[in-house]
Design a protein around this ligand. Structure first.
Ligand code: ADP
Ligand code: NI
Length: 201
């Protein structure tokens, strides 16, 4: 039932944000929690399933409206007793949420945040970034001497966000996974520049 709700809410998102993102985050979150036993597995799973159903990039910035839909769903699904916790986690999970509030140390939030960030790095993170960049029609790369103030490239996004994620991980297990994927980002960039500068170095 929850899976159905989530699939339906996420129709129309870019494919780096699709149901498979939820599946991947679920696996990583479950693994972290198995290693560290920090959170209630059911609440964690529900939070993972719902965490991207109110993304402002896709809900036309009307996220309050989207939050209301999620709340109604939680009640309908008979999960009223965990509604407040789930809503707080969902509101706080996003990297781009600049106004976090409430229990920022909730282990459900910490693990979900880790798993979500881990899915943004490594080979899959790279695939998602270029996919999102394509969705926005951004350039893959703009050399420093040619980049204007407001022009975004996907390689630029590596520096704006992806390379910072490894140092934003909450759990020990998450950090171990993130470190490995981070080093793959660095290797990728090295090869990218080598190819970009073909013949000049
Ligand atoms: P959050 O869950 O914190 O809102 P986003 O929704 O911003 O995270 O990011 C989701 C995915 O889209 C990530 O893999 C991220 O790297 C990618 N992404 C977001 N913004 C950009 C961008 N400007 N260029 C390339 N990829 C992006
Ligand atoms: Ni996500």
């Amino acid at each position: 039932m929850t899976g159905e709700f989530v699939r339906q809410r996420m129709t129309g998102y870019d494919s780096g944000h699709d149901w498979w993102h939820i599946e991947r985050v679920r696996k990583v979150a479950e693994y972290i929690n198995e290693q560290e036993s920090l959170a209630d597995p059911f609440i964690l799973e529900m939070a993972v399933l719902m965490h991207d159903t109110a993304d402002s990039k896709f809900a036309n910035d009307n996220s309050e409206e989207a939050y209301k839909v999620i709340e109604e769903f939680i009640v309908k699904a008979g999960l009223t007793m965990i509604k407040d916790q789930l809503m707080e986690v969902i509101r706080n999970v996003s990297f781009s949420n600049k106004n976090p509030s409430g229990n920022l140390k909730d282990p459900v939030l910490l693990i979900l945040q880790d798993a979500d960030r881990i899915d943004a790095i490594g080979a899959i993170g790279i695939a998602r970034a270029f996919n999102y960049g394509g969705f926005r029609n951004n350039a893959i790369y703009i050399p420093p001497d040619q980049s204007g103030m407001n022009v975004k490239s996907t390689i630029g996004h590596f520096y704006d966000k992806l390379l910072k994620l490894k140092d934003m991980i909450n759990t020990t297990t998450g950090r171990r996974i993130a470190v490995e994927r981070h080093s793959f980002l660095e290797k990728y960039l090295e090869q990218f520049y080598k190819e970009w500068e073909f013949g000049t170095r």
